[in-house]
Design a binder for this molecule. Structure first.
Ligand SMILES: Nc1nc2c([nH]c(=O)n2[C@@H]2O[C@H](COP(=O)(O)OP(=O)(O)OP(=O)(O)O)[C@@H](O)[C@H]2O)c(=O)[nH]1
Length: 320
């Protein structure tokens, strides 16, 4: 049986001043016809990825791309073809985007995107567009609630917009109380709060999502059905990343990238193994372990959605 070659497709995420992203509708007669997609097309032989993206967006939209950065790479098998969607965020361009091939265009906030109206491979792209590049995991000491909430507010003031409430030392009742207070702080600034706790224990707590530990992840056969808009999971190897993607979680954490104070015994992955595992993952992945916001550009170049950190993002009196 012949192996079908992988079609390398360059895809652009182009935002307007309000953060809405440009989507276009595929003609009815082509592969995945009638669905909405992100603009782009096949990389030509001998072409460099950024050059291919610039050519496609010039042809389709009449714009000149000046700079872009990696967002996510998705390998997907449609049965009749295998594609690699190499998605880049366009960070600088000139011109006014218009449908040069007569295709309908729309600008949508990532939250407005209905993945059922996009090709199946695009679901993780929509998740990646919804997620920020920094994820704070709360640090010490949740038993001192007042001080803890001040530190949380400081991190939010520094721009953190996704927070995982990690406080394993608390009883279920104390955790629930802290979760309500943390939720209120996050809501005030439009940040999202993820609870890292047994879903049954926190059923009544206000939150935007749940974070599963790697053991909880591997014990789930389907995406946990609780009514939350975000679910993420901790992963340490390719099998866990694959399971996270199969459950359709919105993001994974992959650790440890570097040596950490909290897990000194774990051997670090390093950036090249991190990148290799992320390449095979069908889900946005945050790099975790010994990282700070200064590592963000390197993480993004190695395929990460961004970085997650306790020490690197918590307890900051000033913003970097
Ligand atoms: N541009 C783009 N392509 C996507 C997205 N999602 C996705 O699965 N694809 C797939 O990636 C391939 C893009 O190729 P294309 O747009 O240049 O090619 P096409 O199918 O229109 O042309 P063809 O008739 O020559 O095969 C298609 O198989 C398409 O279904 C997306 O969001 N944007």
């Amino acid at each position: 049986m012949s192996v079908r070659p992988i079609i390398h497709v360059m895809v652009g995420a182009l935002a307007d001043a309000d953060g809405r992203i440009l989507v276009t509708q595929r003609p009815a007669h082509v592969h995945q016809g009638g669905l909405w997609e992100f603009p782009g097309g096949k990389l030509e032989p001998q072409e460099m990825p950024e050059q291919g993206l610039a050519r496609e967006l010039a042809e389709e939209l009449g714009i000149e791309v000046r700079a872009s950065r990696p967002l996510i790479r998705i390998h997907h098998d449609y049965g009749d073809r295998r594609v690699l969607l190499d998605v880049r965020r366009v960070i600088d361009y000139s011109g006014t985007a218009h449908g040069r091939e007569g295709q309908p265009l729309a600008w949508l906030a990532p939250e407005e995107m209905d993945s059922a109206r996009f090709p199946a491979a695009d679901r993780p792209i929509i998740s990646a567009l919804r997620l920020p590049s920094l994820l704070l995991i709360t640090g010490a000491d949740p038993r001192q609630a007042d001080d803890f909430l001040v530190r949380l507010e400081q991190s939010l003031a520094c721009g953190v917009r996704l927070v995982q409430l990690r406080a394993h030392e608390l009883s279920a009742a104390a955790y629930a109380q802290l979760a309500d207070a943390a939720f209120e702080r996050c809501e005030r600034v439009g940040a999202k709060l993820l609870l890292n706790r047994d879903p049954a224990e926190v059923a009544d707590c206000a939150r935007h999502g749940l974070h599963l530990g790697s053991r909880q992840l591997m014990a789930c056969a389907t995406r946990p059905g609780c009514a939350t808009d975000l679910i993420g999971a901790s992963c340490h190897d390719p099998a866990q990343l694959a399971h996270a993607a199969a459950l359709r979680v919105d993001y994974a954490l992959l650790s440890p990238v570097k040596v950490t104070a909290t897990h000194p015994e774990a051997s670090p992955l390093g950036w090249s193994r991190f990148a290799e595992w992320v390449e095979a993952a069908q889900v946005p992945v945050y790099a975790l372990g010994g990282l700070t916001a200064d590592d963000l550009p390197e993480a993004i170049e190695h395929g990460a959605q961004g970085i997650a950190a306790i020490q690197g993002l918590w307890n900051k009196n000033n913003c970097r």
